[in-house]
Design a protein around this ligand. Structure first.
Ligand SMILES: [Zn+2]
Length: 391
């Protein structure tokens, strides 16, 4: 028998002693027993140390040197001399309802911080995947305060019966504040209304979605609403891509060969093209007047995005609108319409340095989590998983 001090200090098992340690195949078996103590009867309060019987309980522990470790605890069942109630002795290092030690749980929680799969964590810790996933039911993340800059976006999580979930972040300090179960306006309002100090929020970054803007205006009247730059550029890229696909589909003859890898080449900035690519671009543009116009509009928009301040941006955007009117490209006219509707929010992005860039990065991580999670149908588990990895 090892002495108590060793058992407690080195192995962390309080009030227990090791009877023996054995190695079986690739498993380390520790045989453990609790020191006999006086227990209070949970029914009548009588104090007793009378033993009724024993039971061997296998408990999983942290793997040591890559080997799985199992503790076999010889657990006493006491019997109350007064009321005859039978009850198990207390084991301090064993959390309720888990057949593993507290420190194994701590180990699993820590390993689950990596975006890696639940499968690999479960296999290293020698527990089942559902058990590993279940740990997220017992981790709680609650955001208490709102930052001065707030960003909201959505992602396709397919969790808890809803296609889209919302992500709320602090873009300035790069922190995920919360994951919300859906993007319904009334639920989002209900969520933000719980915060008392909403006046603190000075910046609210959104994609160009009407419901988010209404939400911001009604709940955060002190906040500048900022259209996320990436979403703004995306509109132009989509418009350009629609023109390109349509024009490209018109060519069935020899000219079709010009359009090989056209997407990649045409989306590059002109100044970064190699001589061969430049020749390819000019061949494509010569083949289609609409494509030539769309290409010009796309490049001019990049110039607008590089403006250094709000006033310069306002002028450039005005020029861009004029060019769109001059060309007969319905795709870009639709873009212009959206931008006019969102002009102030777009120009705000030139004055205040906040974007959804961080949020988009988190969304990519969420995709990885989703792929490697065990059951994202359970929303609160999914939410805790994301917040755990991102915390
Ligand atoms: Zn009793």
């Amino acid at each position: 028998m090892l002495n108590t001090n060793y058992t407690e200090k080195l192995l962390g098992f309080k009030d227990a002693f090791i009877k023996s340690v054995e190695r079986q195949d690739k498993k380390l078996c520790i045989y453990l027993e609790m020191y006999q103590r006086i227990h209070k009867c949970p029914r009548c309060g009588e104090r007793t140390s009378k033993v009724h019987d024993y039971r061997i309980q296998p408990i999983k522990d942290v793997p040591s040197f890559g080997e799985m470790t199992v503790i076999y605890l010889r657990k006493r069942r006491h019997v109350c001399p007064m009321c005859n109630k039978k009850f198990y002795e207390e084991v301090s290092f064993l959390p309720k309802y888990y057949r593993m030690t507290s420190r194994l749980i701590a180990y699993v929680i820590n390993s689950l911080k990596n975006v890696g799969s639940i499968k690999s964590v479960a296999s290293t810790a020698n527990i089942s995947q559902p058990t590993a996933a279940r740990i997220f039911d017992h981790i709680g993340y609650f955001n208490k305060e709102l930052p001065r800059a707030l960003s909201i976006d959505e992602f396709r999580g397919n969790a808890g019966g809803e296609k889209f979930q919302c992500i709320v972040t602090d873009p300035e300090n790069k922190r995920v504040l919360d994951i919300l179960p859906n993007r319904k306006t009334e639920d989002l309002s209900g969520y933000f209304l719980k915060y008392k100090e909403r006046k603190k929020v000075q910046y609210f970054v959104i994609d160009m979605s009407g419901p988010y803007r209404n939400l911001a205006k009604s709940l955060f009247p002190h906040a500048k609403i900022i259209a996320d730059k990436y979403h703004v550029v995306r509109q132009v890229i989509w418009a350009f891509e629609n023109v390109r696909k349509e024009e490209q589909s018109k060519f069935h003859d020899a000219r079709r060969k010009y359009f090989k890898r056209s997407r990649k080449v045409l989306l590059k900035k002109p100044e970064t093209l190699s001589p061969e690519e430049a020749a390819q671009v000019s061949a494509m543009l010569n083949a289609s007047e609409r494509l030539r116009q769309a290409y010009f509009m796309k490049n001019e928009f990049h110039k607008f995005m590089e403006c250094k301040n709000r006033e310069e941006a306002r002028k450039q955007l005005g020029i861009w609108y004029m060019m769109a009117v001059g060309y007969n490209l319905p795709e870009f006219q639709a873009c212009t319409k959206t931008f006019i509707n969102w002009q102030e929010e777009i120009l705000n992005s030139f004055e205040y340095p906040f974007t959804n860039g961080y949020t988009e990065g988190v969304n990519n991580k969420i995709k990885v989590i989703k792929r490697n999670a065990f059951g994202v149908r359970n929303f609160s588990r999914f939410r805790n998983h994301i917040l755990h990895v991102m915390s």
